[in-house]
Design a protein around this ligand. Structure first.
Ligand code: HEM
Length: 468
């Protein structure tokens, strides 16, 4: 039986508690990589957090596409460009650890999620969990998404609104129904708050769960989630529904005997991680899409016409079988993900020495690749600030480097929920655009908080007008 303890000993261990983690013997081993260590103690941390894109551009201009920085107390090496993305994400020679790259940020609150696993163990669990994304369950989630989204969007009504908090609340509500099979109510509300506290804590500077700190609240949130999900798992195993959690509850690792389900604590940790991976990413990318559609009314009209045609009339649900017809919506979503990737950079740790761009990089180095830098490169994307979904016609895609666009990552850890994200975006676009036109003040350009997941600082001010 699974322990209900919120944090088993391995949860609170990072560098010191994981003897198998590979470390640099001495940071001087990176002296030969061009770059800078920044200020004493804080290094380049605040420059990177304050303006990651501008900082990256300055570093590339000064040092080239392989550069060294020092943030969060350690030296790191950033590799910029599509070839770098391919080398690190596709990882042909199994050099890079995702567990040890993401671990320092995520291990305390989201241990043992898929991104915190590597190689054979990761492959086995990923395969087991993929059953939740097969066509039949996806068809069921599509029905639930339509019902929730139609009801909430209809209730929004005309007028000015901050779009980001509205879409965040709606996405949490859809997560309760389609991921957990829970009706939205006080229970789901409590879980949502716990979840929001955990996400905040993951990036909190104070890493110990002291009272009144973000990490203290995050730990309390995790305790609540672990207890609640463990009980819910037992119910779902006894009486499965069609929600994603029921799919996970019945998942089996390949090669295990019939009847051997994934252990309870494994399912619970995967589900908690998945909710984190799904939530702010969709919220962020859909906010970018609405911002761009408000600025580009001709594209808004094209997507509206496409949505009407796909649903076969006003006020209808968007059927699962009609999703493939929403081609322009999919291209517009891809362009939004290019302009503002929700996961701006991806960390890994090198387990072996490797060479890139003429530099030898030793085992133990923290390495990262940057979607936001590569997506803004004018050589790959002429006029990178312009919203142009036609960059994603099949011909345009075929003519580009496969790793020039990496919002979902690539290789073994490529986003497991990307088809779900596309489906939810299409259902959202359908219900919003067929009811309202969306406007912003002329010349409006919100400031964006770039880290950890981009969001507009003012919530994105838009005006909804009901269509006649
Ligand atoms: C637009 C929305 C989304 C974006 C941009 C996005 C982005 C990403 C990226 C970049 C990664 C890989 C990180 C790495 O390689 O280190 C990833 C992994 C993952 N994503 Fe998403 N994601 C989105 C939505 C979702 C949704 C809706 C779900 C679940 C329903 C989900 C579940 C996952 C999971 C489970 C992983 C870990 C996969 C693994 O390590 O094998 N994501 N996502």
């Amino acid at each position: 039986m699974a322990s209900l303890a919120p944090n088993r000993p391995q949860d609170i261990q990072n560098e010191r508690g994981n003897p198998h983690w590979v470390r640099l013997k001495n940071e001087r081993e990176l002296d030969h990589i061009p770059g800078e260590d920044g200020w004493p103690v804080v290094g380049t941390t605040f420059m990177q957090l304050g303006d990651p894109i501008g900082f990256g551009k300055r570093m590339v201009a000064k040092y080239g596409p392989v550069f060294r920085t020092r943030s969060f107390g350690r030296r790191q090496v950033t590799l910029i460009g599509p070839d770098a993305n391919e080398a690190v994400l596709f990882d042909r020679d199994k050099i890079f650890s995702s567990e040890q790259g993401w671990g320092p940020v995520l291990n305390l609150l989201f241990p043992r999620g898929l991104m915190l696993m590597d190689f054979a163990g990761h492959r086995a669990d990923r395969r087991a969990l993929s059953i939740a994304f097969k066509p039949e369950p996806m068809r069921h989630y599509c029905d639930l998404l339509n019902a929730d989204i139609a009801r909430v969007v209809e209730g929004w009504g005309e007028g000015e609104r901050k779009f980001y908090p509205a879409i965040k609340a709606l996405t949490l509500e859809t997560a309760a129904t389609s991921f957990l099979g829970l009706p939205f109510g006080p229970e789901a509300d409590r879980l949502n708050q716990a979840f929001v506290d955990m996400v905040q804590a993951a990036v909190a500077p104070i890493r110990r769960p002291l009272p009144f700190t973000a990490m203290g609240r995050g730990y309390a949130g995790r305790k609540l989630m672990v207890e609640y999900f463990t009980r819910l798992l037992r119910e779902r195993r006894a009486n499965p529904g069609q929600d994603m959690f029921s799919q996970f509850a019945l998942a089996r690792r390949d090669g295990e005997a019939e009847g051997d389900l994934l252990p309870e604590d494994v399912v619970v940790d995967h589900m908690i991680f998945l909710m984190m991976a799904a939530h702010d990413t969709i919220t962020s990318s859909f906010t970018t899409l609405i911002w761009q559609l408000a600025k580009n009314p001709e594209w808004q009209e094209k997507l509206r016409a496409e949505a009407r045609a796909a649903a076969g009339g006003e006020g209808r649900a968007l059927p699962f079988d009609a999703l493939a017809q929403m081609e322009l919506t999919e291209m517009a979503m891809k362009e939004a993900l290019r302009i503002m990737p929700p996961v701006p950079s991806t960390p890994r740790r090198a387990l072996k020495d490797f060479t890139f761009g003429g530099f030898r990089i030793p085992a133990g180095t923290d390495v990262d690749v940057s979607a936001s830098a590569v997506h803004a490169d004018p050589v790959l994307w002429p006029e990178p600030d312009r919203f142009d979904p036609l960059r994603f016609t099949p011909a345009a895609v075929a003519a580009r480097h496969k790793y020039a666009w990496i919002p979902y990552g690539g290789g073994a850890h490529m986003c497991l929920g990307l088809h779900f994200a596309v489906m939810q975006t299409k259902v959202l676009a359908h219900h919003i655009l067929t009811r309202y036109s969306i406007e912003t003040a002329p010349g409006y350009a919100p400031a964006w908080q770039a880290w950890p997941i981009p969001k507009p600082r003012d919530g994105l001010q838009v005006t909804f007008r009901r269509l006649g």
